[in-house]
Write a protein that binds this ligand. Sequence first.
Ligand SMILES: [Zn+2]
Length: 362
Amino acid sequence: MRRAFAVGFALFLCVAAPSFAEWTLTKIGGRDYVPLDNVAVFYGLGGVRREGNSATMEMGPRSLKGSANSVEFYINRLKFNLSYPVAEHEGRLWMSRMDLTKVLEPVLRPSKIKGAERIDTIVLDPGHGGHDKGALSSFGYEKDFSLDVCQRARMLLMQAGYKVVMTRNTDIFVSLSDRVRFANQYSNALFISIHFNSGGTGTGLETYTLAPRGVPSMMADGPRISDLDPCPGHVNDAENIALATATHAAMVMRSRMTDRGIKRARFVVIRDITLPGVLIEGGFLSNNYDARLIATPTYRQQMANSVVQAVQNYRRAVGTQIGEVVARHEGPRVETNTPMLRATPSANDAQPTVITPTAPAN
Ligand SMILES: [Zn+2]
């Protein structure tokens, strides 16, 4: 049976422009937070519906859902792991300003990411290789599965008219820094790294993208001083999360695996690249169900199809004419141009390309 919903993209025209005077900003645990009711009005989602700990904001196919003290947050029914938990404060639910600007804004209004639509090259990065075998299942090594998925994706991407390059095309060892150096030669390009997971009782799909400056990696036990260091990849914070969203949506739609959500990390390959990038963990080789699926060519072809769909959807989402015009008017990039600074969205703003799950498929 297919998943209960299909994830796709829709272009929403004529969304009523919210009239919005100002944002309420408060400090919670030393961090800036904004109330979800402000968020709901700003993005034209009406109000906040509270049920116990959780809050839902919904208008047509667009929705946001979160819970007090949880980092799990659903945007158009796709699971994200926020950098900081939603907080309950004075009877309202609040989200961190960091998550508002680094997750919600680029995901809900990707057309505002300036210049991101000029993509003609895809850098595919099959994880591991040579003596570095990666994770192991009784059906094979991660290094072989990741290469196979990339070779399948390369074929499809070339058929779709992209220039495709790979950090390795055979079973050889390539260091992480060499992968980064190779990728950074290309402009107007996206970087997609393919891996498979291992460990514990884990199962399902994860998509990683670079943690913004100051945000702890979800792979670490907690905050580190080095979280404050700037990384080359930070110039693409908005593109990174938009690409992660398009990628994860395509992966989740096509597979029967558990959705573990979009996560943040500082893996070398996504940290040091100067092009937008994601790292896909396409299931757990240590889990019997996942491992059996990964061992089938059908599943790996499905992953390759998802990569192509992700690239196409990303380009479409960031590449509307409308987005270009709006971005030019606004000057700064999304990461500095926070909704906080934009008190009253104009009617022209109300035409976002939104990444959204469509109605239940079958
Ligand atoms: Zn790996």
